[in-house]
Design a protein around this ligand. Sequence first.
Ligand SMILES: NC(=O)c1ccc[n+]([C@@H]2O[C@H](COP(=O)([O-])OP(=O)(O)OC[C@H]3O[C@@H](n4cnc5c(N)ncnc54)[C@H](OP(=O)(O)O)[C@@H]3O)[C@@H](O)[C@H]2O)c1
Length: 244
Amino acid sequence: MQKLTLITGGHHSLGLAISKEFAKAGYDLIITYHTKEDLAKKAREELMSTYHINVDIFKVDLSREAETFNFTKLIKEKYSSLDVLINNAAYTVEEEFNEKDISNFSKILSVNTIAPFILTKELTSILSNNSAVTNIASTNGLDTYSPLTLEYDASKSALISLTHNLAIALSPQTRVNAVAPGWIATPSTNAMSPIYQEKEESKILLKHFATPEEIASVVFAVSTQFTYMNDAIIRLDGGVNNAR
Ligand SMILES: NC(=O)c1ccc[n+]([C@@H]2O[C@H](COP(=O)([O-])OP(=O)(O)OC[C@H]3O[C@@H](n4cnc5c(N)ncnc54)[C@H](OP(=O)(O)O)[C@@H]3O)[C@@H](O)[C@H]2O)c1
């Protein structure tokens, strides 16, 4: 039977690199987007014509719980079986501590933590035997904290905690893991000042940010090939020198 993967935010940046890994292996794809409809349509066309797979795109605001629930209802009506769920979409704001407000915190938690929970829980009934859920966390959820992104950091710590509990709840039918990248060379990190990028790169033992492809290949392997990997948090930061 044709295998199917759902990737939130699978239309650009790291998400698109993950979509390509699955497409290369012949998986059909469901991709969610929020604001970038043009990129979602473009990704759909390119993935379908290059890899000869089917790609369905859905606009979903994962910060709205009712919308996320409705989306899962639609997916269960349309598809009888899902092999892989990749919780990739995320939201963040960078603000000074004094400027922080609760509404942003709430939105960040909704997109980064609660939506992965809703999607996983509501789609469990169609997850196939030997299926996988892979959450895209961050080293910010482990130990590279910054007050500028404290809500994001908390949301990724919570996603890591959620990964452990979902692994317990869903095993042995579904393996649940998280990949926790450090810096990735994406359009958003490429927009940072060159001086800041150089400073951050100098701390990395491999001396460069990860390419999206380097992270995506691990996400694919964890989700489909490493069949004994379960309840694992895979740190992918190139090695960081924390010596003072
Ligand atoms: N970039 C890094 O250095 C880095 C490092 C560690 C971990 N990560 C993690 O890797 C993943 C991908 O990061 P990225 O940098 O490639 O992402 P990105 O470029 O910031 O894109 C964020 C994605 O999330 C979607 N999204 C945001 N708010 C949403 C909402 N309310 N509802 C639905 N979708 C929403 C966006 O959709 P639209 O574009 O359509 O709005 C987009 O696809 C994230 O989980 C991130 O936390 C990234």
